[in-house]
Design a protein. Structure first.
Length: 279
């Protein structure tokens, strides 16, 4: 059946799609809009309240790593970068570092391990949780690194990971490759996040990179599909433009810069001996 515009005036029978007409007549009552807006505001307020309660608990009482429900909720509470910076105050982080070192150790280990796992196994359904981890680390790391004489922090970041021991070959006494420290894992994961499929680069670009990587014996070459934008050396690269990719890239770059913030607390003579810079 041929559809004609309503009021065409051509003498033929006008056909009106009943479903379309019902959509045109449907009106949203102002009270409905107010209810939706109020629900969104209350939801955001509830999330912020829960996150703040979690931060307060971490700063003031011991939370065992086996309390999975608490930690799982902490990483899944929806929050913006601005809310993270507002809800986690400098004094909260310093109290964690000085009085609740077990909580700080668990928080850093979980956040960094989650990012490392997401880089190893990129699953988009976990990306919102990854963004929360990125934002929390971006907020807390400068205050963790500010005291370079803190032995606990040095051991936490650069000591052997908990529950990991190196194996020794009985024949020659050589140890196997040592596992990465928490600081090394943080830098490694952050660099991986810069080129994560459907997060900071397109899935197609990432697949092309993996295909080239498997076909090449050289791990130090540049893979044009992963470039964010074309430019010097690769003017013809067709990069995927995405507002969401740019937002995620910004979050990851903030974390990367934060990893190097410890140089702000060192004298010029030892800047190039800072561990995170050497990663």
């Amino acid at each position: 059946m041929t559809r004609e515009p309503v009021g065409c005036g051509n003498g033929r029978a006008m056909v009106v799609d009943v479903f379309d007409l019902s959509l045109q007549r449907r009106q949203t009552h102002p009270s409905t809009i107010l209810v939706v807006q109020r629900t969104i505001i209350m939801g955001n307020s509830d999330s912020k309240s829960k996150f703040r309660e979690s931060v307060y608990k971490l700063s003031n009482e011991e939370v065992a790593s086996r309390q999975l429900e608490f930690w799982d909720k902490l990483w899944k509470i929806p929050t913006t970068a601005e809310e993270i910076f507002t809800l986690i105050q400098p004094d909260d982080i310093r109290m964690l570092r000085q009085n609740q070192q077990g909580n700080l150790s668990t928080m850093l280990t979980q956040a960094i391990s989650q990012l490392h796992q997401i880089v190893e196994t990129p699953l988009p359904k976990y990306y919102p949780q990854a963004v929360n981890c990125i934002r929390v680390l971006t907020r807390v790391m400068p205050f963790i690194l500010e005291d370079r004489s803190d032995e606990f922090v040095q051991q936490l970041l650069w000591g052997p990971p908990p529950n990991v021991s190196t194996t020794t070959d009985a024949s020659d006494g050589d140890t196997s490759a040592a596992p990465m420290s928490l600081a090394q894992k943080l830098v490694d994961a952050t660099l991986g996040l810069l080129f994560l499929p459907d997060f900071t680069v397109s899935a197609g670009a990432y697949k092309a990179y993996r295909d080239q990587l498997s076909a090449s014996a050289n791990n130090n070459v540049v893979y044009p599909p992963l470039l964010w934008y074309n430019g010097v050396g690769y003017p013809d690269v067709s990069a995927v433009a995405s507002v969401q990719f740019d937002k995620n890239r910004k979050e990851v770059l903030k974390l990367l810069l934060t990893c190097f913030s410890s140089i702000l607390y060192h004298t010029a003579g030892i800047v190039f001996k800072v561990g995170l810079l050497l990663c």
